[in-house]
Design a protein around this ligand. Sequence first.
Ligand SMILES: *[C@@H]1O[C@H](CO)[C@@H](O)[C@H](O)[C@H]1NC(C)=O
Ligand SMILES: *[C@@H]1O[C@H](CO)[C@@H](O)[C@H](O)[C@H]1NC(C)=O
Ligand SMILES: *[C@@H]1O[C@H](CO)[C@@H](O)[C@H](O)[C@H]1NC(C)=O
Ligand SMILES: *[C@@H]1O[C@H](CO)[C@@H](O)[C@H](O)[C@H]1NC(C)=O
Ligand SMILES: *[C@@H]1O[C@H](CO)[C@@H](O)[C@H](O)[C@H]1NC(C)=O
Ligand SMILES: *[C@@H]1O[C@H](CO)[C@@H](O)[C@H](O)[C@H]1NC(C)=O
Ligand SMILES: *[C@@H]1O[C@H](CO)[C@@H](O)[C@H](O)[C@H]1NC(C)=O
Length: 511
Amino acid sequence: MFLIPTLTVWLYVFHAVCQGQQASSLWRKPNVTMTRADRVSVAEAALEKAITFLDTSNALFPDPSDSYGMSGAFYSQLAEFDLATSQTKYADTLQQYFALASTTLSQQFQAQNFTGEFIARSINDGLNYGHGAAVAYATYKTGVFLQYAEQAWWAAKAFTLGQNDVNSGTVPSKDFTISPTCGGITTAGATFREKSSTAPDINVLATGSFLVLSALLAEATGEDLYLEAAKESADFISNHLLNAKHVVQDGLSVRANDSCALNQEKDQESYNSALMIEGLTILHSITPNASLFESIQQMVPAAIEYAGWQGNNGIIANGGMPSSKSGDLNLPRTLSTVIARNATTPVLRSYVEAYLGVQFNAVLDLATTSGSNIYAGSWNGPPSSTFSPGNQTNAIQVLISVINLHNETLATSTIPSAPGPSGSSGPTHSLWAFWLLWVYPRAISTKSVQNWADRRRYIGWSAPSGRRGVRDRSITAPYSEPATPTVPVTTSPEKGGSQTSFVGFAAGIHH
Ligand SMILES: *[C@@H]1O[C@H](CO)[C@@H](O)[C@H](O)[C@H]1NC(C)=O
Ligand SMILES: *[C@@H]1O[C@H](CO)[C@@H](O)[C@H](O)[C@H]1NC(C)=O
Ligand SMILES: *[C@@H]1O[C@H](CO)[C@@H](O)[C@H](O)[C@H]1NC(C)=O
Ligand SMILES: *[C@@H]1O[C@H](CO)[C@@H](O)[C@H](O)[C@H]1NC(C)=O
Ligand SMILES: *[C@@H]1O[C@H](CO)[C@@H](O)[C@H](O)[C@H]1NC(C)=O
Ligand SMILES: *[C@@H]1O[C@H](CO)[C@@H](O)[C@H](O)[C@H]1NC(C)=O
Ligand SMILES: *[C@@H]1O[C@H](CO)[C@@H](O)[C@H](O)[C@H]1NC(C)=O
């Protein structure tokens, strides 16, 4: 009796797999031909160059009031480099950096737990330190890193709406009334962009960074506190900011009189989708299941294909003005996470590798002068000889992302020929069908215990439905009421809000 829904969901994934997901012939240089040893060297040289720009008295890049979030992002990269190369080269260095930065930020900038109001105000700047500390803890298993990660988490938690805040309509940190719902669905799980008591914006940089840190802490500690927070953030983004094309939008206002208006100022940027995918991918490592897997399979190609942040050549170029288009740290980091954590079908994996190959070759060929180890913000070039923390960390992320992409035996990456158009059948299709119907379910069932009742629930959720269609809101559109959802919507009266479960995990569904 479970065969039909099972087939439905797998065929749905199969269908997605067979559409596109092939490196475009217009992409610039998708093959990585540099040996792994050389890739390690080039990443290390870029890290070492950046280290020379840290202020030795506080381990921060110059002008912390503007750049301190970049220093946190850079700490992540030092740990990620060690993780990718199985070393502890930066273990001691990072302990010193965190201690110095923590002291300086709290004593000179009143930024407790890495999160400031008078220094650059964005909550995600502090969360960058949380990410760095969580990755350092995963890499080195040194307890002090876990403490730093938890500090950054608590700081952002104070600016994240819980269901109790939503019910009361107020939070201590803000001086306005909060919309308890948008489109009839709770706003719990939203993280404010900044600390200022009058700033009403929720954005994905903050909410998605909190999702990722919560998921990393859930993985590191096994504590429900973090897992529940991660689920709530993912539900918020899914319910309010994921459009019908599976692309994540920037943010919205939760001030009651703003009617949940979407952020109209920003272009769509690749980091929004990236943070959501990264969070779901870590959750999938913790609790592998088909609905999370399917969401990742939809959002990754949507991000790779999205014309809003890249040209036909495939090089990431965020931002409105052609002169100021720039690469991105989050999308490469996310895509390498998706690969490292096996959260893809084989076809999607090759597609992602080719896309990362494009970014890597662009960064090396177009954004730097050989030997300078300084990288420009635009990955379409030209190179810049001026060091900028943001430009450098964006590029470093790409360099780290490809370290373990292919082995030396595969120095020339293989871009598989795409399966034929849907409808054509043959050995390739049979292989994918075999993988999807047989291999993947077994692969995930070895990692988690799932019962059939659970499977039925998320299969019901993840089947294609009308709800996705009605979420096609443009970034400039006012918030519109979703049409009656056809996916399970559960009301949990004791929590006082109507909730749509994202991956079958919002509170109501388990009651
Ligand atoms: C800082 O983090 C600690 C947990 O390590 C927490 O108890 C405390 O409330 C946090 N303070 C602020 C201001 O975020
Ligand atoms: C909501 O109120 C704030 C001040 O209380 C005001 O600045 C803002 O413009 C109002 N929003 C709308 C949509 O009227
Ligand atoms: C899917 O994974 C999420 C996130 O870890 C988890 O909360 C949820 O219970 C899982 N769903 C099922 C049906 O196992
Ligand atoms: C990913 O899959 C490969 C092959 O199936 C396996 O060897 C590897 O351990 C997996 N990695 C993770 C992180 O699950
Ligand atoms: C970052 O790179 C961009 C474009 O490549 C360049 O215009 C800008 O000047 C760089 N930033 C700094 C601070 O050098
Ligand atoms: C590459 O191959 C070496 C030796 O066979 C192995 O130790 C290493 O784990 C491989 N790396 C990746 C990313 O597959
Ligand atoms: C990339 O490598 C594959 C496999 O060796 C080859 O078939 C393909 O032509 C290469 N693509 C480019 C653009 O060089």
